[in-house]
Design a protein. Sequence first.
Length: 364
Amino acid sequence: MIESITILSNSLRVRFKNKYEENYPNIWLRDHIKDERNWDKRSHQRKTFTASLDLNIQIKEAKIIEKGNCIDILWADMDNTVQYSYEYLFKNILNNKSRDNNLRLWNKNEIKDDIYINYQNLLKDDGFKICLKKLYSLGFCVITNCETKLETVGIIANKIGYVRQSIFGGLWEFESNEDMADSAYTQEELRPHTDSTYSNDAPGLQLLLCCDYKANGGESIMVDGFNIGETMKKNNKHLFDILSKIDVPGKYVGDGVILEAKRPIFKLDNKELVQVSFNNYDRAEFRIDEKATNQFYEAIKKFDELANSDKFQWKHVLKPGELLIFNNWRILHGRGSFKGKRKMAGCYINMEDFRSACKIHGIR
């Protein structure tokens, strides 16, 4: 709720009942009017020609209405008043730390059996929303009792968004194959990593369906990269800072392409961790000064130590018909070495499509 407002020379100070206080610049408020004259409700697009606005636009009158749920403003260049809701103003507070309070950082002891969702339940609206909540909160979940065919991956992916096309195709199947130019196609251990550090826009979600398993080993490994970040920020702040500032390049060479991109291992947005990007297999060569080089290697040593500690690793051998979905911007995934046959199917989904599905279902 809104407790009080104060008109300043070029901004409006709003005090909320939870004691948050925020100054909203007049030009920002004027640019974000959602009435019929300034906003197209059908297309959700701005009609205001922003460059034509007076940069020193003034508020003639402002008052709190609807028991603190709204502010009514009369602008100097308008004849009618416009409203700004509490919800709209509060979500646009700078450095609003309440935005991601639904995130649950975890280690392996905190993961219970509620991460499993039956495929038939997933196809229903309530079950699908539960799946999205788990993906948003924990970063992963397991769908059980799936048909062991490639089309199943597509059905689940298309409920969330669109299948992403990549160098591996859209929907793909794989088993160990030494002819492929990627470590995922071996039977060797894969230490925890994120995919596509060589892509400027790494996939948001990855889906992996176990189609056949006649092997020993090959357990899937999930690690909460956000929890690693929070742990390092608390206990090794100088190392966390290094990994949030140094751009680390990734590179893929093979299948007729050369792909390169770079970003920090801990990508921050307004000081908030929004993406973990770590793949020691695909890291390309790069040079920084000697002091920074030594600090960087110290930092990734600590990162790798945490990512490979038993405390942080949730492990599970996927059975035929089980499909693992995880957030590739948060969860590091790995695989134990194995002997035998292990056939998988999968695909990627863009982060923007996952976020869209969450917003549509009221998650965030």
